[in-house]
Each structure stands twice: as structure tokens, then as C-alpha cells.
Design a protein around this ligand. Sequence first.
Ligand code: IMP
Ligand code: MG
Length: 182
Amino acid sequence: MLEQDISRIFFTEEEITACVDRLAEQVCRDYAGKTPIVVCTLRGAFVFAADLIRRLDLPLTVEFLSVSSYGSGTVSSGNVDIRLDIAENIEGRDVLIIEDILDSGNTLSHLIKELNARNPASLKLCVLLDKPERRMPGVVLRPDYLGFTIPDEFVVGYGLDYNQHYRNLPYIGVLKPDVYRS
Ligand code: IMP
Ligand code: MG
């Protein structure tokens, strides 16, 4: 049923699996001997985070964080509006943020600023998808771990939504234009 709304598959389940394997290897290597706090941003990253952490043979803990999204051009302050904050104190801890997609970079740059103010020992960023063409001028963000770079197209599936739908697609695809029109 959902498949009828998809015009093109960007990444198949197999490609995503291979990608998550590769990222997990890198994370495991870098965090060997550490006890990281993995911060999953809601809601888009929950599928990616669930797959990634099951490949991490590390004594990690998981936290969830939800940030309000701003409309374009409405970000005036240096703070993000955190709707659901993490429960754990991250001071002196190794923190790894898991995000679904890096677009303008607004949300993440503000979130990183906010979390850095809490003095973690380290703060790294793991992003499944990056749309560098969409980055806001002046926002410098380089994910420490990156799945795929994609062009400026709106994608759904594997946690990513359009109007809260399509998160449960097992692959990443592009919606047919008439889905947006209806
Ligand atoms: P940013 O602050 O503009 O980087 O916003 C990133 C957020 O926008 C992501 O966490 C997603 O929730 C959403 N987003 C950006 N591009 C897409 C897309 O192609 N599909 C679904 N959600 C997207
Ligand atoms: Mg998101």
C-alpha cells in the first residue's frame, strides 16, 4: 500500500544494512574502552538508532531527545527549544548524537551548542543522510559518522516522515508528486 506512493527508491534495505554495518564498525573502533551515551533524536532517528546500537558491542546507554523544529528563517536565538530532554547528566561523558538527516543544519548546530554547554568529555555526531546543498550559509557542520550524501530531494522511510507518515517503510525513497498535492 505505502509503496504505491513512492516514485523512486533511493536506498534499499540491503544498502542501508551495509551502510549501518560500516558506521557501527567505525563507532566501535573509536569508542573502544569507553562507556558512551547515545542520544537518539526523536522522532526521525529512532529506526536508524535501533539498528545501529544493536551492532555496537559497547557498554553504552541510550537517551532520547526531542527538539522543536523551526520554520525557515525563524531561528533568532542561539538556543534550541528542547521539548524532551535527556535524563542523564552528560558532564564528563562521551556523547554520540544520532540524527536521521542533516538539512539546513539549524537544529543540529543549536543542539550541539546546547549539549556542549553541559561539558561532555566528547560530543560526536552520527548522521544517516546529509543534504549538503541545503546547508544554511554560516552553518559549519561536519558529521563524525555519515551514512549517505544525497541531493536536495525530500525523502521518506526508515524513520523519516512526510506529515508523520512513511516512517515504517523499510527503505528510503522519494514520494510521488501527487502525494504532496493531495
Ligand atoms: P535542519 O535543522 O534543517 O537540518 O532540519 C533537519 C530535520 O528536518 C531532520 O531532522 C528532519 O526531521 C527534517 N528533514 C529534512 N529533510 C528531510 C527529508 O528529506 N525527509 C524527511 N525529513 C526531513
Ligand atoms: Mg529529525
